[in-house]
Structures are given as structure tokens and as C-alpha cells.
Design a protein. Structure first.
Length: 343
């Protein structure tokens, strides 16, 4: 029996309508777990598999929020929380040690709809800094809270404080001992310490997690969380909690989360610079990201990378190191997971 022409026409209209709807409502997420000297030779097959599995879990967790119609802010928070709970990355339970043998954590989050943002710096007893940054954005009149004040705010919000040693891990402690051996060859003056610290390999100076997302309502969001720099002193704060440096999102351009040597990312306002190039120069996120990471930062020794998503669901993941833990997924792109610079 032949299908009536009216039925064929109706089904064609439905198909066209569905495809048009899908085209009009992109959604996407990208995550990172830090950039640096990440070389395949340093991984056993089992270790590489574990890292890829955790990156997959994080991006899929965030993507599920978007797929179900959730907000980009919730997707970013959910994805970063997975990475904070893993000892593999320099955030939360995998945070590096300060010079004094403790942990000081930073995080920030930003809403692309209205540039609302929240950040925390130098917190020592907060299990999920990204969740606290979200509370600062949602429930305070401030953008950034630090140290003891941030933790007092956390208690008022019902956040349970934890012992700092929850963040202890053996590999990070060994890295601290190696860094201190290098630093202590210099005398204890501030000037000589600074010179010695500059001479440390870049891997001691970087490591972060982050996420950027676009939801079905066209809203962008970005978030970043970190344990900072190995053997950091004097209450050092990097780019991760600094809006415009390590984190930036606005619906008129893009969302960015950065990872790298934070001092350079602060000085060159990396995250907002990328978005400004998209907004004011009509650059694609691929062009803007490449310019800032490889043409601005690389020549002056600024190592690291960024993850970017734009208002159309395009994703870009540029970096200028030998590797960056990264993953992405969208309604038009299958799950992608990468670690090394040749994939």
C-alpha cells in the first residue's frame, strides 16, 4: 500500500522542524584538568586509562545537566566538582602543597547572562571551592572572598569545614620536597627566593581544573578551581579566582577557563582578552585563543592553555605545552578526550 502524499509531506515538515530546532538550540561543554609537561612516556597504560576515565566522567556529568535542559552554571559546577574530588588533578583532593606543607585553594565562577561572578582565594578547609564560589556569587554582595573570611561565610551558608589534611596525597608531597630542595639552595632572602622560584620547572607553577558550557537557553558560564602553585608562599593567589584572568563568560562573546602559569595569565588578562577579541574584532574563538596563547603568551614565557565555548556551541582547546588534560562534548560533537598535544 502506498503512503499518502499528505502523510509524506507532514513527516517531511516534522523532520525539517526538528532539524531546525536542533540547529537553533546548540549546547556544549568543555573541561580541562591542567596543562604542562604532560608526556606519554611518563604514563603507564593503566595511569593513562584512569586519567581518561576521570575526564570522561567529568564531561559526561556536565553534559547530562545540559542535555536535560539544565543551566550552564549547574553543568560547570557539576563537572568541576568531579575533578575536585579526584586526586589526579591539582584542585580539591589533589591540591598541591604550599611551602609550609599545607593547602590553599582558589576558585571562581561566572554567569555569561549578566557577568555575575563569585570567587574564593586561599581557603584551607573547604572541600569544594567551586561550590563555595557559586555561593559567593548567589548569596553575597561581593565577588571575591579570601582566607578566614571566606570560611566564615561558608559556615554561615551551612558548608561544613574539613581538616586541611584531607587534601594530602603522596605524589604532591614528593613534589613539594623536590621543589623545596631546589628553593633552599638559595638563601632565605626574599629576593633570592624569588630568583630561585623563577628557576623552578614550569610543572611546579601550574595545574588547575575548569569547565565552560553553553546551555539550551543560550547562556554561557565558566568556572575554574585550583590548588595553586607547588611551594607557594606569602598567601600567593594565582589567576584561577581572578575574573578576567582565569575565568570569564559573557553571552555576547564566549566563555573561557584557563590553566597555566598564573602570573602571566593575570598580567595579560587572558580570559577576558580572548572574549574581547571575539566581541570587538569578530574573531572566531579558534583565532582569538590561538592569538593569545601562542602569539601573546608563548613568546614571553607564559605557558598553559584555555578551553573556550561560544554562543553557537563551537569549542576550542588551545595550549602551548606538551599536553593538557581536556575533554568536550556537544549536541553535534561526540565525547572527545585528549591529554597529549598530538591528539
Amino acid at each position: 500500500m502506498k503512503t499518502p502524499l499528505l502523510a509524506i509531506f507532514a513527516s517531511s515538515l516534522i523532520a525539517l522542524s526538528n532539524s531546525a530546532f536542533a540547529a537553533e538550540t546548540p549546547f556544549a561543554i568543555a573541561i580541562h584538568g591542567g596543562a604542562g609537561t604532560i608526556e606519554k612516556a611518563r604514563f603507564t597504560p593503566a595511569q593513562e586509562k584512569q586519567y581518561r576515565a576521570k575526564l570522561t566522567q567529568a564531561v559526561e556529568t556536565g553534559y547530562k545537566v545540559l542535555q536535560q535542559g539544565g543551566e550552564s552554571l549547574d553543568a560547570v559546577t557539576a563537572a568541576i566538582t568531579v575533578l575536585e574530588q579526584s586526586p589526579y588533578f591539582n584542585a580539591g583532593r589533589g591540591a598541591v602543597y604550599t611551602y609550609d606543607g599545607g593547602h590553599e585553594l582558589d576558585a571562581s565562577i561566572m554567569d555569561g547572562r549578566n557577568r555575575e561572578a563569585g570567587a574564593v582565594a586561599g581557603v584551607k578547609h573547604i572541600e569544594s571551592p567551586i561550590k563555595l564560589a557559586r555561593l559567593v556569587m548567589d548569596n553575597s554582595v561581593h565577588v571575591m572572598l579570601s582566607g578566614q573570611g571566606a570560611e566564615e561565610f561558608a559556615k554561615e551558608q551551612g558548608v561544613e569545614l574539613i581538616e586541611n589534611n584531607l587534601f594530602d596525597t603522596e605524589p604532591r608531597y614528593k613534589a613539594l620536597l623536590k621543589a623545596k630542595q631546589k628553593l633552599e639552595k638559595a638563601k632565605a632572602t626574599s629576593k633570592e627566593y624569588q630568583a630561585a622560584h623563577k628557576a623552578l620547572p614550569n610543572n611546579y607553577k601550574m595545574g588547575t581544573v575548569g569547565a565552560v558550557a553553553l546551555d539550551k537557553n543560550g547562556n554561557l558560564a565558566a568556572g575554574t578551581s585550583t590548588g595553586g602553585m607547588t611551594a607557594k608562599r606569602y598567601g600567593r593567589v594565582g589567576d584561577a579566582p581572578v575574573i578576567g584572568a582565569g575565568t570569564f563568560a559573557e553571552n555576547e562573546s564566549c566563555a573561557v577557563s584557563a590553566t597555566g602559569h598564573g602570573e602571566y595569565f593575570i598580567r595579560y588578562n587572558v580570559a577576558s582578552d580572548i572574549c574581547a577579541r571575539v566581541k570587538y574584532q569578530n574573531k572566531t574563538i579558534e583565532q582569538a585563543g590561538d592569538e593569545v596563547i601562542n602569539q601573546v603568551l608563548a613568546p614571553i614565557g607564559g605557558t598553559g592553555g584555555v578551553i573556550i565555548v561560544d554562543t553557537k556551541g563551537n569549542i576550542s582547546l588551545p595550549f602551548n605545552t606538551s599536553g593538557m588534560y581536556r575533554a568536550s562534548k556537544s549536541n553535534t560533537q561526540a565525547t572527545y578526550v585528549g591529554i597529549f598535544n598530538d591528539e
